[in-house]
Design a protein around this ligand. Structure first.
Ligand code: NVA
Length: 316
């Protein structure tokens, strides 16, 4: 029997595997746009969805994706399971994986998803933890490929919260694909050192660059992509006032965008808070591609599920 493959970190897939997922995703996207539906690639397959936090894009894209491919998704709201409180993660994982074909989880602790994966007999997908958001980054990679035609050599600046799930997965993915990743954060909000070291080690082999600075202008100078995320992630609410103060000067606005290349694009994983991490003018402006990014969540997660379940699809 082949080993089960989980998707807890973006680094759980090799560059070749990510490229395959993107290829499957593009075909499914094309097919959906052309024919209005996908073949029943996942007929009778069931996805179990565990949520400890709120969600718009994640829940809808996973659920719609399963339906479009002839399968089914079961939504388990935070109060339904009370993961780790009503019963141990280990028990939830073992029981659920006897009943469904694949599991996705959005949790506070990253270790919760690791534990789910450890005891599961079916693939487990990280749909956001405090440490990583790899599904978002798959969507971002597809969006960058569509807009810029390539990944290698692309210069991307992330401005804002460095110790953030999106920043972490983005840095790791940039390293895998030999991109030039610059992160501008205020002191005290840098990327976790374990992720930074890992990203640097991967980048040293792929030809990528990982640069940290506390100066947004320095990070954004000459880049192809400017990316930001909320200053107050789910779970950080008690630090809201402190964070808003610390991140002053780190807003992506027209003045900052002018340091990037003329044809630079603006990306955000959403939900976006206008007037904080991004100005109204930039998010609504011509360079903003955030809605395409959000749509691609649907397509890449379908590709990812097909890949993890080893479903053969015609990618021509
Ligand atoms: N960093 C954000 C991402 C939301 C999709 C959060 O964790 O709340």
């Amino acid at each position: 029997m082949r080993r089960i493959k989980h998707f807890v970190s973006i680094t759980d897939l090799t560059k070749k595997e990510i490229n395959l997922v993107l290829q499957i995703s593009s075909s499914l996207k094309r097919q959906l746009k052309k024919k209005g539906s996908n073949k029943d690639y996942l007929k009778n397959k069931v996805l179990g969805m565990i949520f400890e936090k709120p969600s718009l894009r994640t829940r809808v894209s996973f659920e719609a994706g399963m339906t479009q491919m002839g399968g089914h998704a079961i939504y388990l709201a935070p109060g339904d399971i009370d993961l780790g409180k009503r019963e141990p993660v280990k028990d939830v994982s073992q029981v659920l994986s006897r009943m469904v074909d694949i599991i996705m989880a959005r949790t506070f602790l990253h270790t919760t998803i690791e534990e789910l994966a450890k005891y599961s007999s079916v693939p487990v997908i990280n749909a956001l933890s405090e440490q990583e958001h790899p599904c978002q980054i798959l969507a971002d990679l597809l969006t960058i490929k569509e807009k810029k035609g390539k990944l290698k050599g692309i210069k991307l600046a992330f401005v804002g919260d460095g110790e953030n799930n999106v920043t972490h997965s983005l840095a790791l993915a940039s390293a895998i694909f030999g991109m030039d990743f610059r992160v501008a954060t205020p002191p005290g909000f840098e990327m976790q050192s374990i992720i930074l070291e890992k990203a640097k080690a991967i980048a040293s082999k792929s030809g990528g660059l990982i640069i940290e600075t506390d100066k947004p202008e320095e990070a954004v100078k000459g880049v192809d992509i400017v990316y930001t995320d909320t200053w107050v992630s789910m779970g950080d609410e008690s630090e809201k006032d402190k964070r808003i103060k610390a991140f002053k000067g780190y807003q992506v606005n027209t003045r900052l965008m002018n340091f990037a290349k003329k044809d630079a694009i603006f990306m955000h994983d959403m939900p976006a808070y206008r007037g904080y991490e991004v100005s109204e003018e930039v998010i609504e402006g011509k360079q903003s591609i955030i809605i395409n990014q959000a749509e691609n969540r649907l397509h890449v997660q379908k590709g990812l599920i097909c890949f993890l379940l080893r479903t053969t699809i015609n990618t021509s």
